[in-house]
Design a protein around this ligand. Structure first.
Ligand code: 1DF
Ligand code: MN
Length: 367
């Protein structure tokens, strides 16, 4: 497969869905579960950071630098699309046959700001998202942003967003200023999600400042690989820290088919057992289950940016057809042919409906 995904993404030349392509004719709705949006306010604040270099996060500047002083046409196009929650986005969804988007505030969300700013921004962003969804409840649903920098306030905001605004879970963009959620100071967040019975989506971010340098120097920091290294590490840290022994009903969603972890499971289980047996580190204490069993019991997976049958079928085989959901990753990924490819996955009609529709409806409790 040789195409320029970046040139294709957001170009608008992605083809138009056939008139006959309806949920009724195909037998399922297409629900895309990792779709990015941003408020004008957030874009403005990111622009300020770019102008003043006011944070210490090389990964941020690499990720958002494309939108710097003289943005390319593609950058302008992306920035327009990510903020447009009206006609343009709805038309783009129609053009690729997407019935509903689950909206996630784009990476790194509010996690780069100081705690009070980030907490206030999460609240106002979630209010705006709820308003957008109220206008188009059959086309949009969404997850709550929150600020891990202030864990107690974050837990309260997740509860407010779910119980009062009707959002369907929460999204975190991996590390927060180099910190990971396996630190117990963050666990009120997991307690809230578990009590509300809603998932936490761990969305990628650039590798943390501690590890980004060797990625940056070969331009491997973002979606090409760095996101998966960072986010897979985050998920694995949660597992070996015992988060799921403490919160056995906590549900985590990973995009990009599990950020590489499914492929690694045999080795992770084997090595983890040895590390624990030899008492190698206070950071790796015994767990009730094997790492792979937490991935099976507590995790769900989406296909964002990974429209490739061998990888999709591996994850379905390992964890079951009830654990894998469709995602596009609009507007970063916006390629009609990828939707076509997934329509033609070699699975039964019943499994296809689970993949595109009913898993998302069940896991996110969509209306
Ligand atoms: C990109 C991709 C940028 C994803 C993102 O946030 C992002 C990209 C700024 O390709 O430039 O979240 N992504 O989810 O794959
Ligand atoms: Mn994404």
């Amino acid at each position: 497969m040789t195409y320029d995904a970046r040139a294709g993404a957001g170009s608008g030349g992605c083809g138009v869905a056939k008139m006959s392509d309806t949920p009724e004719s195909r037998g399922y709705k297409r629900i895309a579960t990792e779709e990015a949006w941003a408020t004008p306010e957030l874009v403005q604040l990111y622009t300020q950071i770019l102008d003043t270099r006011s944070i210490n996060d090389p990964g941020f500047y690499s990720l958002w630098g494309f939108f710097g002083k003289s943005p390319t046409p593609r950058a302008k196009d992306l920035i327009d699309r990510i903020q447009d929650m009206g006609e343009r986005r709805l038309n783009d969804m129609d053009a690729t046959g997407i019935d509903m988007q689950l909206l996630l505030l784009t990476a790194p969300g509010v996690q780069v700001f100081d705690p009070p700013t980030a907490t206030a921004l999460a609240v106002s962003t979630n209010d705006q998202l709820a308003e957008i969804i109220r206008k188009h409840p059959t086309r949009y649903q969404g997850l709550a942003a929150f600020a891990p920098q202030a864990p107690q306030a974050a837990a309260r905001e997740i509860e407010r967003a779910v119980t009062q605004l009707g959002l369907k879970g929460a999204v975190v963009n991996s590390h927060t200023q180099g910190e990971y959620l396996d630190d117990e100071k963050f666990w009120d967040i997991f307690a809230a999600a578990e009590a509300l019975d809603v998932p936490v989506y761990i969305h990628p971010n650039s590798p943390s400042p501690q590890m980004v340098e060797p990625f940056l120097s070969r331009c491997l920091d973002a979606a090409i690989y760095g996101f998966a290294a960072e986010t897979g590490l985050h998920a694995l840290r949660l597992i070996v820290s015992g988060v799921f022994d403490r919160f056995p009903n906590l549900k985590i969603v990973l995009g990009h088919l599990g950020e590489g972890l499914p492929y690694w499971l045999y080795r992770i289980d084997f090595m983890h057992a040895g590390i624990v047996r030899s008492n190698r580190s206070p950071g790796a204490l015994p767990l009730r289950k094997k790492p792979s069993e937490y991935l099976r019991d507590n995790f769900y997976f989406t296909t964002s940016g990974m429209p490739w049958e061998p990888s999709i079928s591996l994850v379905q085989r390992l964890f079951g057809h009830d654990k894998v959901m469709y995602a596009m990753d609009y507007p970063y990924e916006y390629v009609k042919e990828e939707v076509d490819m997934m329509d033609n996955l070699p699975i039964t009609p019943q499994q296809k409906k689970m993949f595109f529709q009913s898993n998302a409806e069940r896991i996110f409790k969509l209306p």
